[in-house]
Every structure is written in structure tokens, then in C-alpha cells.
Write a protein that binds this ligand. Structure first.
Ligand SMILES: [Zn+2]
Length: 114
């Protein structure tokens, strides 16, 4: 399952962060998840509950912040949200020479615990 591998990576990051911050138990973690990952929050939540069983994250909540896909045009530096209706081309100059600058990431942004 696609989401399961993301959940495991996220849980591992959270466990590391909890250790670094000296937390004994965690009640909430926040994550930025780019839309380009194709990850569905519903499944993330479902697998998260399983993945945290028996860890210090048990009973914690996962708060997902979905990050839109963003591209920067290589020709005119315009930043935009690529969409299929425009063949993912730059709306400012029509160039297809773009770089994805957001939307592929999965970042642990916050961890709350005691
Ligand atoms: Zn452009």
C-alpha cells in the first residue's frame, strides 16, 4: 500500500523527533503532505492508528496539511499551480520548461507531547 510506506516514514520521523525533544508521550503530530505524493488523507489516518500501536505515539492524533502542487517557470520565473486543463504549461508565457517546487514533500512540521 502506497500510504502505508508514507505512514511508516512519518511515524519514524515523529519517534526520532520525540526522542530529540525528550518527550515521553505524544498527543499530536502535524505533517505537510504534498498533493503530488498521491497520498489520501483517509488512508493515512487509517494506517497511522495501526502504525503507532505500542509506541509512545499511541493515541496521538495526526493532523494533515495538504500542500498544493506549485511550479516555477524556467523561462520567466512565474510561480503557478500546474493543471491538466493547460497541459501544465506556464500561464504567463506558455512555456513547458518548469520545475516543481512544492507538492512532492512529506514533512513533519510539529509534534506535541509531554
Ligand atoms: Zn513562464
Amino acid at each position: 500500500m502506497h500510504e502505508m510506506s508514507y505512514v511508516i516514514r512519518l511515524v519514524n520521523k515523529a519517534l526520532q523527533a520525540a526522542e530529540t525533544e525528550g518527550l515521553g508521550s505524544v498527543f499530536e503530530i502535524h505533517a505537510d503532505i504534498g498533493k503530488m505524493t498521491g497520498v489520501l488523507p483517509y488512508y493515512m489516518q487509517k494506517y497511522y492508528k495501526k502504525a503507532i500501536e505500542g509506541t509512545i505515539l499511541e493515541n496521538s492524533r495526526l493532523i494533515i496539511n495538504e500542500v498544493a502542487v506549485k511550479a516555477r517557470c524556467g523561462s520567466c520565473s512565474f510561480e503557478y499551480e500546474p493543471d491538466a486543463a493547460h497541459d501544465y504549461l506556464c500561464p504567463a508565457c506558455g512555456s513547458g520548461n518548469c520545475r516543481i517546487i512544492a507538492g512532492r514533500e512529506m514533512t513533519l512540521t510539529q509534534i506535541k507531547g509531554t
